[in-house]
Design a binder for this molecule. Structure first.
Ligand code: BGP
Length: 473
């Protein structure tokens, strides 16, 4: 009983939130580099404001991030010390193809990731690689409008081919796109979309995500052809919506909100768009830009496993004024009076995690992989230590809920990677002070600090959890 023997315990990061070294190794500029700190971040992320070049009025956190670029050996050694079985990281597209459309890949970038994967294997850590975690070369955004253009599929395909060939034998777990449903909330980040005035935004988003879904299916096919050991997963931002009350209108709103969460992962896991997705689009005067052969490609190349992020459950209310989006949480939700919240106002709901695991397994009947979960908190460094018992508490309850889903509900689960195993830049706010890690990084929101790594109390706790395969929480 309990977790399977080969359960993949570990932690997760993303290139733009972790690496820094943005001007090194011939790297090009990506959309996520241009996400400033401060109020404008939300406007840029949602495609309401164009930031086509760096300026002096803003601070851009991704440029240095937490400097994993120069610290990766030290950081991977720390992951090894915790006993990680896997480490989730993403490839910065612009390290491999700086503009996205070069003939030949950039060898410095390819070598950088090769070194990282080799370093991981030294410690028995299996890399889990997100091919696209919110990054798109700015050159392609300016030239062809990012993922609204079907041409993006060819550029992405070339990237995938390069990676699958070069890293054959070094990487076997791949995720195509991070949080495929994020396009509905953060379209510039997820697909490089900036909207024109009076544009049908839904049409732009569905066009872009359809291209991503095709690219994902092509990548899945290719990965299997190049190495039959490759395991490909989709990735969605999950978290069940509860109705605010038992009023039928609230329940109906929750059904609709949940459908928006699953709408695109459905295509990756089942191979087709659900009828409600087509109706949802019709209502918004939008449609999927199908071309001959698309449906077959999607149908024949579904993923091997379904991965997801879970931070909190959400609440649907038929009173629309109650569920506004905020800068600290890009998903809309009414307040849940039964739950405590994090320092950033995210509801803490371990049982919701168990529900979400069950909902996903019921729906897809494919192995699941939790690739993000964790608590963003304002840690305080006291005499060289960080006593983050609140994080231990959050993770303990969530791992227990996950264990219940496995043991009592029969969910088939491959692994668990906590988000931001080392402190990094927040995607939503651009802060580093919203810390998730087991490892503290001495760097403030404005990039000042020594970038020294310090183990938090949770570091030792997680080590014990892994050692006992989740028995000693
Ligand atoms: C997910 C993203 C991550 C990560 C996480 C935490 O949506 O996949 O990149 O950032 O959320 O969110 P935040 O950084 O806003 O706290």
């Amino acid at each position: 009983m309990g977790f399977r023997k080969d359960f993949l315990w570990g932690g997760a990061t993303a290139a733009n939130q972790c690496e820094g070294g943005a001007n090194e190794g011939n790297r090009g500029v990506a959309n996520v580099d241009l996400m400033p700190l401060g109020e404008d971040r939300y406007l840029v992320g949602t495609g309401k404001m164009k930031m086509y070049d760096f300026d002096d009025q803003h601070f851009y956190p991704a440029l240095t991030a937490v400097d994993f670029y120069h610290h990766y050996k030290e950081d991977i050694a720390l992951f090894g010390e915790m006993g990680f079985k896997t480490f989730r990281l993403s490839i910065a597209w612009t390290r491999i193809f700086p503009n996205g459309n070069e003939e030949k890949p950039n060898e410095v970038g390819l070598k950088y990731y090769e070194d990282i994967f080799k370093e991981c294997h030294k410690y028995g850590i299996e890399p889990l690689v997100t091919i696209n975690h919110f990054d798109c070369p700015m050159y392609l955004i300016k030239k062809i409008g990012g993922w609204r253009s079907r041409e993006m599929i060819n550029y992405f395909y070339k990237l995938c081919k390069t990676l699958f060939i070069r890293y054959k034998g070094l990487v076997k777990y791949w995720l195509t796109f991070n949080e495929i449903n994020m396009i509905l909330h953060f379209p510039f980040v997820a697909a490089g979309l900036c909207f024109e005035e009076d544009e049908n935004e839904t049409q732009a988003m569905i066009t872009a995500v359809h291209h991503q879904l095709l690219a994902s299916a092509m990548a899945t096919k290719l990965a299997h052809e190049i190495d039959s050991n490759n395991q490909i997963g989709c990735m969605l931002a999950a978290g069940s919506y509860y109705p605010e009350t038992c009023k039928p209108e609230d329940y109906w709103k929750a059904i609709c909100d949940n459908r928006e969460v699953y709408m695109f992962a459905d295509v990756q896991a089942r191979g087709y768009y659900h009828n409600y997705a087509l109706k949802w689009l019709e209502e918004r005067n939008a449609s999927i830009p199908f071309v001959k052969g698309d449906k077959e490609l999607l149908k024949e190349n579904t993923v091997d496993f379904v991965s997801f992020s879970y931070y909190s459950s959400r609440v649907s209310s038929s009173d629309l004024s109650k569920g506004k989006q905020s800068e600290s949480n890009i998903f809309s939700s009414a307040k849940n009076p039964y739950l405590k919240e994090s320092d950033w106002g995210w509801a803490i709901d371990p049982l919701g995690f168990r529900s979400t695991l069950n909902e996903l397994y019921d729906r897809y009947q494919k192995p699941l992989f939790v690739v993000e979960n964790g608590l963003g908190a304002n840690d305080v460094l006291e005499n060289g230590s960080i006593h983050d018992d609140y994080r231990i508490d959050y993770l303990r309850q969530h791992i227990q809920a996950m264990k219940d889903a496995v043991e009592k509900d029969g969910v088939n689960l491959l692994g668990y990677t906590t988000w931001g195993c080392i402190d990094l830049v927040s995607n939503g706010t651009g802060e580093v002070k919203k810390r998730y890690g087991f490892i503290y990084v001495d760097r403030d929101n404005l990039g000042n600090g020594t970038y020294q790594r310090i183990k938090k109390d949770s570091f030792y706790w997680y080590k014990k959890v892994i050692e006992t395969n989740g028995e000693d929480l």
